[in-house]
Write a protein that binds this ligand. Structure first.
Ligand code: C5P
Ligand code: C5P
Ligand code: ZN
Length: 476
């Protein structure tokens, strides 16, 4: 990998901004395609706002993947300039056809393919030795482009932080964003848009009763407590921590330092017994990102909760709600989003119980990995969180990555692969493995070293699984 060249990366962001401004002048209208996840919608929304502010009009469409079918759909929207946000770097070959008649701007942070062609402008931190899995998200890259369009767009820093949190880029030892993500946090702080504190990281720290906050937490997934409100209530009551202040339920934010310590120590004992490492237990404490411009008592005020809400909307197929939230709509939009979040949690809980019930047909230990066969159980949109949750649930050996598979609606196999940080530190690169394995079996794959994915032909499942198992031991 080349040495880190932040200056070079910022120059690329400036070039991208100049191209956008030039096309606003020339065309007025710019279509943006962004990836169907929280980092993708925040990335696309940051650009959309920047274009609108600069006097242009935009179309923002969220897409699951880039393949011939999607390209066909994109072509129906005629333009001389297309922008791809948080998607494209691994699929530059697929985009080539589109570049024959139009200019293409790809702003992404995934492992890039090493190709270039005329009419393509490609902005990616990985091209400058900056880690796109840990140091900056897709929305972060779009933020730096937007800032070059106008300094006004510094107010989009919060969305970039939400995108990075949605991509789990805070999975560091102290659960704080680092690298260029940290620079964005500092810029947001300087404009008094965000406050950073350290606390227990349960979902709804300020807005939910303590037991509900613990039960709602999925990252990390706490077996026996995540999704189990009654168990969580028992857990807190047994500790002697008052759950109510008069008639009012207390929240995590209401607890005293001593009470928080009590909960954390007890959870440490509980999780150690379940085989969690010290490092994964410490994932329960870290930087809290409070978005000061959001109303108090709403989940959007917490960066991680904002990301979870977006994720739920997208996974439940309501991309419009997610985009509307990013573009500033609240009120009924937020009510709908919260309902979607509750539905999403129930669905995830249901899938996890089914997979655990049907073990060992569903969770199969291989020499170098775990295979999670979700066929007929998990919908393709939900595969990604299922892979993330199972890989962090402590029940599996963290020295083996998790490779989850499910059948898609159009008769293919979708793959979601996840590794632990220590495995990545030892050199495992799932993005590269997904790219190379699909070159042999057909299909398409890519992503990051720690989290990657693919789509493969259904008849190639066995071959693909064998190949990946070999490649993990002997990297390509
Ligand atoms: O496409 P994109 O880069 O946004 O997706 C990153 C994916 O990797 C997200 O689904 C995120 O949850 C997952 N991830 C993970 N564990 C990490 C880092 C990322 O599961 N440590
Ligand atoms: O879908 P999932 O969240 O498991 O994907 C993990 C990471 O791999 C994401 O960053 C996603 O963009 C990437 N990916 C990819 N090509 C695929 C599937 C996933 O680059 N076919
Ligand atoms: Zn991303």
């Amino acid at each position: 990998m080349n040495t880190k060249n932040i200056k070079g990366f910022f120059e690329d962001c400036k070039t991208a901004a100049e191209e956008i401004l030039e096309n606003i002048k020339k065309e007025g209208f710019i279509p943006i395609f962004s990836h169907n996840d929280p980092d993708g919608v925040t990335a696309g929304s940051i650009l959309a706002k920047a274009i609108h502010r600069a006097g242009g009009s935009f179309l923002l469409r969220v897409i699951d993947r880039l393949d011939e079918t999607t390209i066909g759909e994109i072509k129906k929207i005629q333009s001389n300039f297309y922008v791809f946000a948080e998607i494209g770097s691994g699929y530059l070959d697929v985009l080539k056809e589109l570049s024959e008649k139009s200019k293409i701007l790809v702003i992404d942070h995934h492992r890039p393919l090493e190709i270039s062609y005329p009419n393509l402008t490609h902005v990616n931190p990985m091209l400058h030795g900056i880690d796109g899995a840990k140091e900056i998200s897709g929305s972060g890259v779009c933020y730096f482009v937007a800032k070059n369009i106008s300094e006004k767009n510094i107010d989009q820093s919060c969305l970039a932080i939400v995108g990075a949190l949605g991509d789990l880029q805070d999975r560091t030892k102290n659960r704080c964003l680092q690298g260029l993500n940290k620079q964005i946090v500092e810029e947001a702080k300087s404009k008094k848009l965000i406050e950073v504190t350290t606390d227990l990281l349960f979902y709804g720290r300020e807005t939910r009763p303590i037991h509900k906050a613990i039960a709602t937490t999925m990252n990390p997934f706490i077996p026996g407590l995540s999704g189990e409100e009654d168990e969580c209530l028992g857990f807190i009551v047994n500790l002697g921590v008052p759950i109510k202040d008069g008639d009012r339920w207390r929240s995590i934010a209401d607890l005293t330092h001593e009470e928080k310590q009590k909960i954390f120590s007890e959870l440490t004992i509980y999780l150690s017994k379940k085989g969690f490492s010290e490092e994964s237990i410490f994932q329960l404490v870290g930087c809290v990102y409070t978005l000061l411009t959001e109303d108090k008592w709403t989940p959007l005020r917490d960066g991680r909760e904002f990301a979870s809400i977006l994720n739920a909307c997208l996974k439940m197929g309501k991309t419009g709600v997610a985009i509307a939230l990013c573009l500033g709509s609240r009120g009924e939009t937020l009510d709908e989003a919260q309902n979607l979040f509750n539905e999403y949690r129930k669905t995830i809980g249901h899938y996890i119980s089914l997979l655990l019930e049907k073990k060992p047909q569903t969770i199969i230990e291989f020499e170098n990995m775990y295979l999670i066969r979700c066929h007929g159980i998990v919908d393709e949109k939900m595969l990604s969180p299922i892979a993330t949750i199972l890989s962090s649930s402590g029940g599996l050996n963290p020295n083996k990555p998790v490779i989850a598979l499910t059948k898609t609606e159009n008769g293919k196999i979708k793959v979601s692969a996840r590794a632990s940080q220590p495995l990545v530190d030892q050199g495992l690169n799932l993005g590269l493995i997904m790219q190379n394995a699909t070159q042999e079996t057909g299909g398409k794959g890519g992503g990051h070293n720690i989290a990657a994915g693919a789509t493969i032909p259904i008849e190639k499942e066995e071959e693909f699984v064998k190949l990946v198992n070999q490649m993990i031991k002997k990297p390509p």
